[in-house]
Design a protein around this ligand. Structure first.
Ligand code: FMN
Length: 333
C-alpha cells in the first residue's frame, strides 16, 4: 500500500504519509507533539496563536511558539481579523528566530470569544477580508501559507466559492473541516462537501472530520480525492494512531493497544510534561489528557474521578500506577 499513497505536497514540503495532526488548543502542545512525532506523525501545527497577542508581545502567546528541533515540519497557526496584525505577527515570529515550515491561518474556530472579534470561523462570513488576510500574510513571508476552514458559517452553499477565493488570494494548501461553524463539534462531518472542494481546487485539499482509525483515514483519502487527511480528536490520548498507520501502510495488521501500553503511554506523557512545565502545571495540564488514554477501558470512570481528585503530580502518577497494577492483575486473572 506504501506506493499507492502519495505524499502531500505544497510549497517546498513533501509530507508522507499524507496524514497530519490537527491543531487542538490545550492539547497539541510541544509535549504532545513530540510524542506524536515519535509515533511517526509527519506534520503538525502549533495550537492556535493570537496575532494580536504576538503584536502586543504577550509572553504566554510567545510560549506557544516554542518547539523542539524534532518537531518539524511544523506550521504555526495564527488567528486574527486584521490583515495588518496578521502580517505584523508573521514578521514578529521571524524576528524571534524560531523556525517554522508554514504559516496557517485559522478560519474555522467556532468559539464565541474568537468569532466575536471577527476572527476564526467568522471570516467565512466576510470572504473579502479573509482573502485580504491571506494576501497580507503571503506578502510577509516566503513560507507556504495555508488556511484551515470549515464548510461555511451556517450552511455549506458557498463552500466551493470560499475555497476558490482563498486559492486565488494565494493560499498554498487548504484544510477543510467538514462541518459548518454553527455545528460546532456536533453532527457529522460532510465529506461530500470536502470532496467537492478537493475537485474544484488546483492547490491540495486536506480533509478533516471524524477520522478515528487509520483504515478509515486511508479510505476517506481515496474516496474524497483529497491530497491529505487531518486527524483531530482521534489522536487524543492515542499516539498509537500513527504507529498503526505505518503498520497499515506496510501491509501489517493494526494493533489495538492493551491496557498496559496505554498506562505506559500516559505515564510517559506525564513525565515529559513535568520535565517541561514543572510538576504542578504538568498535573493541571495532564488531567484533561489522561481521560483520553483510558477511554473505553474497564474502570475508566472510577480512575477519572481518582485522577481529578489528585492534589499533586506525584499523587496523580501514583493513582495511575496503582490502577495499572490492578489492571495487570485483572488481565492475568
Ligand atoms: C478542544 C479542541 C480544540 C481545538 N483547537 C483548534 C485550534 O486551535 N485550531 C484549529 O484550527 N482547530 C482547532 N480545533 C478543531 C480541530 O482541529 C478539528 O478541526 C476538529 O476537531 C475536527 O476534527 P476531528 O473530527 O478529527 O476531531 C479544536 C478542536 C477541539 C475539540
Amino acid at each position: 500500500m506504501e506506493q499507492t499513497v502519495k505524499p502531500l505536497r505544497f510549497g517546498h514540503l513533501s509530507i508522507w504519509p499524507p496524514f497530519v495532526a490537527a491543531p487542538i488548543a490545550g492539547y497539541t502542545d510541544a509535549v504532545y507533539r513530540e510524542i506524536l512525532r515519535e509515533a511517526g506523525c509527519p506534520y503538525c501545527y502549533t495550537e492556535m496563536v493570537s496575532a494580536k497577542g504576538l503584536v502586543m508581545g504577550g509572553e504566554a502567546t510567545f510560549a506557544l511558539l516554542e518547539h523542539s528541533e524534532h518537531d518539524r515540519p511544523l506550521a504555526v497557526q495564527l488567528f486574527g481579523s486584521d490583515p495588518q496584525d496578521m502580517s505584523d505577527a508573521v514578521k514578529k515570529i521571524q524576528q524571534t528566530g524560531i523556525e517554522f515550515d508554514a504559516i496557517d491561518i485559522n478560519m474555522g474556530c467556532p468559539a464565541r470569544k474568537i468569532t466575536s472579534q471577527g476572527a476564526g470561523g467568522a471570516l467565512l462570513k466576510d470572504v473579502s477580508r479573509a482573502a485580504e488576510i491571506v494576501q497580507a500574510v503571503k506578502s510577509a513571508t516566503e513560507l507556504p501559507v495555508t488556511v484551515k476552514i470549515r464548510t461555511g458559517w451556517t450552511n455549506s452553499d458557498k463552500a466551493v466559492e470560499i475555497a476558490l477565493r482563498l486559492e486565488a488570494a494565494g493560499a498554498d494548501m487548504l484544510a477543510v473541516h467538514g462541518r459548518t461553524v454553527a455545528q460546532g463539534y456536533g453532527g457529522k462531518a460532510d465529506w461530500d462537501v470536502i470532496a467537492q472542494i478537493a475537485r474544484s481546487l488546483s492547490i491540495p485539499t486536506v480533509g478533516n472530520g471524524d477520522i478515528t482509525c487509520p483504515k478509515q483515514g486511508v479510505a476517506l483519502l481515496r474516496e474524497s480525492g483529497c491530497a491529505g487527511v487531518m486527524i483531530g480528536r482521534g489522536i487524543l490520548g492515542n499516539p498509537f494512531f500513527f504507529t498503526n498507520l505505518h503498520r497499515l501502510l506496510q501491509g501489517k495488521q493494526p494493533e489495538t493497544p492493551g491496557c498496559s501500553e496505554r498506562f505506559e503511554a500516559a505515564i510517559d506523557h506525564l513525565e515529559r510534561a513535568a520535565q517541561r512545565f514543572g510538576d504542578h502545571r504538568a498535573m493541571l495540564e495532564l488531567k484533561k489528557h489522561l481521560g483520553f488514554y483510558f477511554k473505553g477501558m474497564k474502570g475508566a470512570s472510577k480512575l477519572r474521578v481518582a485522577m481529578h481528585s489528585a492534589k499533586s503530580w506525584a499523587e496523580l502518577v501514583d493513582t495511575i500506577k496503582q490502577a495499572s497494577a490492578w489492571s495487570d492483575g485483572a488481565q492475568e486473572a
